[in-house]
Design a protein. Structure first.
Length: 202
């Protein structure tokens, strides 16, 4: 019988340049400012909210948390407290100890920096070593090649493509690329992520 996940509750995680805190409506203005860096909502294959949609975006995330299938975080600069973006655990299936990481986006100026690597290290460590996850998954749009490369750099394995799977914001239907990482693969990936962070230090 599969071991279930331990209870997934709001938690603050921090390391290096960032801090992940439970998402709340207080973060709406900061999220709007972060998304404005690069006008990220104009990318058709992302979930980044437009300014007028940000409150609804947070309310939807919190509704998912109340329903037990999502745990959203705000990503903050550890020194200044500035909002850098957002990320979530989602599609939580406690009975088989499976959780996915997604709804991840960052202000343009911190993309391809230590921010994403650190956030993923924090989330993966918490998932595998505290929550008892047996598998962590990711999903992304088939046209979001930057996201696919970022997931692959983490060491996740590409599982396949779900064709005609979900609506994009512009009404078109996307294919979804699925990735995963098992608990047995985690020690090597953890070592690799720590090595990446050492390389990225100024």
């Amino acid at each position: 019988m599969s071991q279930a996940l331990r209870p997934i509750e709001p938690v603050t995680l921090s390391a290096g340049p960032i801090r992940l805190e439970p998402l709340s409506l207080d973060h709406v203005p900061g999220l709007q400012a972060a998304a404005a860096d690069g006008e990220l909502w104009n990318l058709r294959f992302t979930s980044v909210p437009a300014p007028a949609e940000t409150r609804t975006y947070v309310e939807t995330a919190l509704a998912g948390q109340a329903a037990g299938h999502r745990l959203p975080f705000v990503v903050l600069d550890a020194a200044s407290g500035e909002v850098l973006g957002s990320t979530s655990y989602h599609d939580i299936v406690s009975s088989i100890a499976r959780v996915e990481i997604g709804y991840t986006w960052y202000a343009q100026r911190v993309q391809r920096s230590a921010v994403n690597t650190t956030a993923k290290l924090l989330l993966l460590t918490h998932a595998f070593e505290t929550l008892g996850a047996q598998l962590v998954g990711w999903r992304t749009d088939n046209f979001n090649h930057a996201s696919q490369r970022a997931i692959e750099r983490l060491g996740a394995k590409r599982d396949g493509v779900l064709r005609h799977h979900a609506l994009r914001r512009d009404g078109t239907v996307r294919d979804t690329v699925m990735y995963s990482l098992t608990v047995g693969e985690w020690p090597e990936v953890k070592a690799h992520l720590n090595w990446q962070l050492i390389r990225q230090r100024p």
